[in-house]
Ligand binder design. Structure first.
Ligand SMILES: Cc1cc2nc3c(=O)[nH]c(=O)nc-3n(C[C@H](O)[C@H](O)[C@H](O)COP(=O)(O)OP(=O)(O)OC[C@H]3O[C@@H](n4cnc5c(N)ncnc54)[C@H](O)[C@@H]3O)c2cc1C
Length: 395
């Protein structure tokens, strides 16, 4: 017979570990399961400095900037005075592990079966574990309800700058290299990571079907040639291949398995970021779960009504971006970054309320060019937008 825990926590990525640390502060014993508990986190995780400060992670930043640049299709540059930083994955992961005192078990969960008396997790070695509530932080899923989700894809690499090349500043988005007609637009993300070294990444913000990473590698090569960096050596072992499913609806309420993090669709539907808001949301859900609360309460903590409304609004933004060509996407962000800084920050960090977000989107509409107004109005008449109105008007 399998043992029964009050709480099972699946996954040891940033969200799983943040939840485990928070669950350790409660009285409910819990168990954590991941196939390779201390496997290093490979992505170059970044977040806004305001989020790092709020989450008490400022000391975990290995590299930080006080501002980021935006470059439009025409080459015009705006400097956005919002601090941005990169996490030291190694120290953060080690610290979270040291502070999470659940029982850790190595294994891959193959199946979760729900019954009135709880959930049974079946592991790849045949072990079965029972729990009242499961927090599922097993990472992103590429489809929902049988339909593939749109995805962000990126190809990045560190390069060595040639002697005398001034390099590039911290560019959050550079849309100055037009995509071939008929292909989704991509932008360059560049980070001066050390003297003489630059991390460069070509990213398609979102596309359905996902845009091929190999094509992004080719685009990055062509772009670097245009920047006089065609001959700059690529540093071995620094390639980043990125695939992030975006959008999707919140998981249904009512079950005892509550997804959190990328598994829950917490990825910001308009940017692909997650950690700045998601680490705090994971703590909120785990805190409630660690009190021994019923699954419905834990689900509410993971998806409060206002968050669901906010995510519905962001999905509207994602829908607009999915229909935009290169020039339209660049123009959209150019107009977005002209909004008051507190609005830009709240939008990017998902830190306001749904009402504040709606008012920012309305401001973008009111202040935007006629071309943007026409596109927003057309998007507003689509069935997805009508569903959004329904979601906004009720729980
Ligand atoms: C290349 C890349 C770069 C990114 N960069 C950023 C960034 O800079 N900033 C940002 O905010 N977001 C970024 N994201 C998005 C998001 O933050 C990450 O995807 C993040 O890793 C999600 O954290 P998570 O803990 O939810 O899932 P994951 O990090 O994917 O962790 C999933 C965990 O579940 C475990 N697991 C998987 N299957 C099972 C199973 N069957 N049973 C038990 N355990 C299982 C895995 O081993 C792992 O421990 C990036 C994503 C990618 C792919």
């Amino acid at each position: 017979m399998s043992e029964k825990d009050s709480l099972l926590l699946l996954g040891a990525g940033p969200i799983g570990l943040a939840a485990a640390v928070e669950a350790s502060t409660g009285a409910t014993p819990f168990r954590c399961i991941a196939p390779s508990i201390d496997a290093p986190w490979l992505p170059n995780y970044a977040l806004w400095k305001s989020d790092a400060a709020r989450l008490d992670l400022t000391a975990d930043l290995r590299l930080a900037f006080d501002a980021v640049d935006f470059v439009g299709l025409s080459g015009s540059t705006r400097t956005i005075p919002l601090g941005y930083g990169f996490l030291n994955n190694t120290t953060l992961q080690r610290r979270l592990r040291a502070n999470s005192d659940g029982r850790w078990q190595q294994g891959r969960v193959e199946a979760l079966t729900e019954a009135p008396d709880g959930v049974t997790a079946t592991l790849d070695d045949g072990t079965t574990l029972k729990a009242s509530v499961v927090l599922d932080a097993r990472g992103s899923r590429s489809a929902q309800g049988g339909a593939p989700l749109p995805a962000q894809t990126a190809f990045g690499v560190e390069i060595e700058l040639p002697q005398g090349h001034p390099g590039l500043p911290m560019r959050f988005m550079d849309w100055s290299f037009a995509a071939p007609a008929g292909e989704p637009p991509s932008f360059l993300y560049s980070v001066p990571i050390a003297p003489g070294r630059l991390f460069v990444e070509e990213t398609v913000l979102s596309a359905r079907p996902a845009f091929a990473i190999e094509r992004l590698r080719e685009r990055l090569k062509a772009r670097l040639e245009g920047l006089g960096l065609g001959a700059a050596p690529w540093i071995a072992g620094t390639e980043e291949h990125c695939y992030i499913p975006m959008g999707g609806l919140p998981p249904a309420a009512g079950g005892s398995v509550i997804p959190i993090g990328a598994a829950a669709g917490w990825v910001h539907p308009a940017s692909g970021y997650l950690l700045g808001h998601g680490l705090g949301w994971a703590r909120d859900a785990a805190r409630v779960a660690a009190t021994g609360a019923a699954a419905t309460e834990v689900w509410q903590a993971a998806w409060p009504a206002d968050r669901r409304r906010m995510w519905a609004l962001y999905r509207f933004g994602l829908d607009l971006l999915l229909r935009s060509d290169h020039a339209q996407t660049s123009a959209f962000f150019d107009e977005f970054f002209q909004l008051p800084l507190d609005r830009v920050q709240a939008y990017l960090t998902a830190s306001g309320s749904a009402n504040e977000l709606a008012s920012t989107m309305w401001m973008l509409f009111a202040q935007g060019s006629w071309s943007l107004k026409r596109r927003l109005a057309a998007a507003g008449l689509r069935p997805e937008a009508l569903r959004l109105v329904r979601e906004l008007s009720g729980d």
